[in-house]
Design a protein around this ligand. Structure first.
Ligand SMILES: Nc1ncnc2c1ncn2[C@@H]1O[C@H](COP(=O)(O)OP(=O)(O)OP(=O)(O)O)[C@@H](O)[C@H]1O
Length: 345
């Protein structure tokens, strides 16, 4: 399948190294250690398209989202919104940053933490509409804009929710308010960092269905970050798999989740007991399987970062970083694994 929808946001060679603070004797050493949180990541987000980013805890998923939202400066690489490079120096609070963050909005894992407990739904949404110049003129226009936002996230009638405080809402309703606040900016891309993992199992599906509905109606480009590869199959068009700061596999979700190529993705899929569930989490399961732990990101392994845990490890894997190889089963399926070197030839 060839994907033709327009690219909204693209990252190329995206890299983030966090400095490690020196302690004790290290203060005398000249070496400055860094956490290789994200290394050389390429991805595109397309209009009307959900891209899942899957991986264990600590693999760098949230850092990718924060880099794309420009909440962190990047160490290197490029981010382009509609082809235009978002300068590393874009000053937060400046006009260019405001314009960028209007178009690229983020939804966080914990809606309780992202909403201010002392303010009502009306306050949160009005503030967001005002910041983005979408509050209209006068009370009536503002009220219509608020009602429209709550309607979009299926919190109706608006009057039942506008004057509620976050603690008066359920977890799912709070996440819907957080989504409505993001929509107040009229964004083109939504970066959803584990948007359902803190919600009760019974309401996760409803929130994912809402996001899918918004993707279709508003033609949004969505990045869906999750531990749960089974939910990526259900919800995302494309799936990217990340391991220890690097992308290891990508392609259409059905193929990546049903016919995983990279040994790490196979492990993730095998760790998810029921492929049709969207409720669980692969986090921790891999460790339970007894195949080791993710490596230190301060001194990541040479070659393929998965090689110390890989059941198919070859000599080359220990020294040479595998590039993306076409897997050969679909047009878009690739794996950064030497096992697929032949498939490319
Ligand atoms: N501000 C920071 N300073 C130093 N190290 C950081 C910082 N933020 C993240 N890291 C490190 O970068 C690595 C990637 O973290 P990140 O939160 O992006 O992973 P993740 O896949 O989103 O994990 P989780 O699912 O647990 O949120 C981790 O080793 C983490 O400890």
């Amino acid at each position: 399948m060839t994907v033709t929808t327009e690219v909204v946001l693209a990252a190329e060679g995206l890299t983030k190294h966090f400095p490690v603070r020196k302690r004790g004797r290290e203060l005398l050493s000249r070496t400055n250690h860094v956490v290789h949180a994200v290394d050389d990541v390429d991805l595109v987000l397309r209009r009307g398209w959900v891209t899942a980013l899957v991986g264990e805890s600590g693999s760098g998923k949230s850092t990718v989202a924060r880099l794309l939202a420009q909440l962190y400066p990047r160490t290197s690489g490029d981010i382009r919104l509609h082809g235009e490079s978002a300068a590393v120096s874009t000053a937060r609070g400046g006009r260019r940053f405001r314009e960028y963050s209007r178009k690229v909005q983020m939804i966080f894992q914990d809606p309780f933490a992202s909403l201010n407990p002392v303010h009502t739904v009306r306050y949160h949404l009005t503030r967001a509409l005002r910041i983005h110049g979408r509050a209209g003129k006068g009370k009536q226009e503002l009220h219509s804009a608020l009602a429209e936002l709550l309607g979009r996230v299926q919190l109706t009638p608006a009057e039942s929710y506008l004057d509620k405080y976050p603690h008066e809402l359920s977890g799912g309703q709070r996440q819907r308010v957080a989504i409505a606040r993001a929509l107040a900016a009229d964004p083109e891309a939504l970066l959803a960092d584990e948007p359902v993992s803190m919600l009760d199992v019974s309401i996760r599906l409803g929130v994912l269905n809402l996001l899918r509905n918004l993707k279709e109606r508003l033609n949004l480009a969505i990045l869906y970050i999750t531990h749960d590869i089974a939910s990526a199959r259900y919800f995302a068009d494309d799936t990217l798999v990340m391991y220890a700061g690097r992308m290891v596999e990508g392609g259409d979700s059905e193929t990546v989740t049903q016919h995983p190529a990279h040994p790490y993705t196979r492990l993730l899929v095998d760790s998810a007991p029921d492929p049709d569930r969207i409720t669980g989490s692969a986090q921790g399961l891999v460790q339970e399987e007894g195949v080791g732990e993710p490596p230190s990101l301060i001194t990541p392994p040479d070659g393929c970062r998965f090689h110390p845990r890989c059941p198919f490890v070859m000599d080359k894997c220990r020294t040479a970083l595998p590039p993306r190889f076409d897997v050969g089963d679909t047009e878009t399926h690739w794996a950064a694994c030497w096992l697929f070197e032949e498939a490319k030839a």
